[in-house]
Design a protein around this ligand. Structure first.
Ligand SMILES: [Fe+2]
Length: 422
C-alpha cells in the first residue's frame, strides 16, 4: 500500500496534466497552423480566380485595346485584393504584362525563381513565404479557355493580412487554453474518485489481512492445544524471534515469514499420535522417527495456502543444524534458510528455559552455557551470538511473562509488520 496516497496521487496527476497538456497542446498548435495555412491559401485562390475573365478575354483574342483593358483590370485587382504583384504569361510562358505595387519589387527580389514546370499545373499552386516578419504567398494560377485548354497562367505575390493571421492564432490560443483547463478539471474530478476507490481497496485489504492473521492465530492455537494446552510457547518463541530479527535488521518481508513460521513451526504435530506426542519420557528410535515426520506434515499443511507459504522456511527447516546433523534434509551452514537459523536459536532457548513433560526447566545460566557449546554445531554462530548478547534482557522480559501480556506484545509486532494502512 502507498504510505502517503495524497502526495503520491497529486504528484502523478500534476505530471499527467503537464504531459497531456504538452502532447494535446502540440497537436492543437499543429492543427492551428494547418488551419492558418489552409485559410490564407483559400483566400488567395478566391481572389486570384475573381478576375480571370479579363485575362481569358485578352488571351483568347490579343489586341492593343484588349491589353489596355487588361492592364486596367490588373491595376484594379491590385487595389481591391491582397495581391501586391501580378504577372500574366501566355501558354508558351512568355510574359504578356505585369502590375506591381511599389513595395512588391523588393519582395520579388527576395523570392526564388519559380519552377517553369508550374506553367503546366492543373490547378492553383501556392507557396508560403516568410519575409521580414510578414507572410506572403507565391501564387500560380493556370488560365483555361471555355474549352478547358490552357491558354496561359497568372503568377502573383499575395500579402497575407497580419490581422487575419492574428485572429486565427488567437482562436488557436483559446482552444489551447480550453484543452489545458479541460484536462485540469478532469484531473480534479478524478482525485476524490481515486481516493474513494483506494479507501475501498484499503478496507478490503485490511479485512483480508485480519482474516489471515486470525487464521494464523487459530492454527497456532490448534497445535498449542494439541501439544501443551497453552499458547504461551508460541507467544514466547514468536517474541524472541521478532526481537532477534530486529537486532539482525531483517527486512519486513523476512519478518513476516519469521512471525508466521514461529506460530506454525510445529503445526505438523497435529498428525502425530498422542502416544508419541505426549510420552512423558525419552522417545525410542522408532518413536523419534515418527516425531520427525511432523516437519513434513507441517510443510504439507502450510504449503496448501499461499498466504502462509513464507512460513515454509521455518516450518521445513527448524530442526536442521548448522553442522548438517539435523533433520529432515541434513542441510548445512547457509544452505539452511536464514529465518530457520534464526528460529532454531530461539526455539531451543525457549525449550531449555521452560518445563516440558520429559524435563524440568534449566536456569538461564545453564541454558546460555548449553547454547554457547552448540555454536557452529547446532546454531549459526553469527545468529546465536547476537541472540546471546541480548539474552539477559529478553529472558527477563519474556521467559516468565504472563500469557495475556505476551499476547498483547505480540499483537503490537503483528500490527507493525502486517499493517495495510495508507
Ligand atoms: Fe518442531
Amino acid at each position: 500500500m502507498i504510505k502517503n496516497l495524497h502526495k503520491w496521487l497529486i504528484l502523478r496527476l500534476v505530471l499527467a496534466w503537464i504531459v497531456l497538456s504538452l502532447v494535446i497542446g502540440s497537436i492543437v498548435q499543429y492543427l492551428g497552423n494547418v488551419r492558418v495555412d489552409n485559410h490564407i491559401m483559400d483566400m488567395a485562390k478566391n481572389e486570384a480566380t475573381g478576375h480571370t475573365d479579363a485575362l481569358i478575354a485578352y488571351l483568347s483574342a490579343p489586341s492593343p485595346p484588349a491589353l489596355s483593358v487588361l492592364n486596367s483590370r490588373l491595376t484594379a485587382m491590385l487595389k481591391n485584393s491582397n495581391f501586391i504583384a501580378i504577372e500574366l504569361y501566355d501558354a508558351a510562358a512568355k510574359k504578356i504584362t505585369e502590375a506591381f505595387e511599389p513595395t512588391a519589387r523588393e519582395v520579388d527580389k527576395n523570392l526564388s525563381e519559380h519552377d517553369s514546370g508550374l506553367a503546366d499545373a492543373k490547378g492553383i499552386v501556392c507557396y508560403k513565404l516568410m519575409l521580414w516578419g510578414e507572410t506572403y504567398l507565391r501564387v500560380f494560377a493556370p488560365i483555361n479557355n471555355i474549352n478547358g485548354a490552357n491558354i496561359g497562367y497568372l503568377e502573383g505575390i499575395y500579402h497575407v493580412p497580419g490581422e487575419t493571421i492574428s485572429n486565427i492564432k488567437r482562436q488557436t490560443l483559446w482552444a489551447l487554453v480550453l484543452v489545458v483547463l479541460a484536462i485540469l478539471v478532469t484531473g480534479l474530478a478524478m482525485y476524490p474518485l481515486i481516493i474513494r476507490l483506494n479507501r475501498a481497496l484499503f478496507d478490503s485489504s485490511h479485512n483480508l489481512m485480519q482474516s489471515n492473521i486470525g487464521l494464523l492465530a487459530v492454527l497456532g492455537s490448534a497445535i498449542a492445544k494439541r501439544d501443551s494446552d497453552t499458547n504461551v510457547h508460541n507467544y514466547r518463541v514468536a517474541l524472541y524471534a521478532v526481537c532477534l530479527g530486529e537486532k539482525m535488521r531483517l527486512s519486513d518481508t523476512a519478518m513476516q515469514g519469521l512471525i508466521k513460521g514461529a506460530f506454525l513451526h510445529d503445526l505438523g504435530k497435529i498428525a502425530i499420535s498422542d502416544a508419541v506426542l505426549h510420552k512423558p519420557a525419552k522417545l525410542t528410535y522408532e518413536e523419534f522417527e515418527v516425531m520427525k515426520t511432523h516437519v513434513k506434515h507441517g510443510e504439507d499443511i502450510v504449503s496448501s495456502y499461499d498466504w502462509l507459504k513464507d512460513a515454509l522456511d521455518v516450518v521445513k527447516c527448524h530442526h536442521e543444524k548448522y553442522n548438517g546433523s539435523g533433520y529432515p534434509a541434513g542441510l548445512k551452514g547457509e544452505d539452511i534458510p536464514l529465518n530457520a537459523r534464526v528460529f532454531a536459536v530461539v526455539d531451543v532457548f525457549d525449550a531449555l528455559t521452560s518445563q516440558r513433560p520429559y524435563k524440568d526447566e534449566f536456569s538461564f545460566g545453564t541454558a546460555v552455557e548449553i547454547m554457547r557449546e552448540s555454536l557452529g554445531s547446532h546454531f549459526d554462530p553469527n545468529v546465536a551470538l547476537i541472540f546471546l548478547d541480548n539474552a539477559t534482557v529478553l529472558y527477563a522480559d519474556i521467559c516468565h511473562g504472563d500469557e495475556a501480556l505476551l499476547k498483547e506484545c505480540l499483537g503490537k509486532s503483528i500490527r507493525k509488520y502486517f499493517s495495510v494502512g495508507v
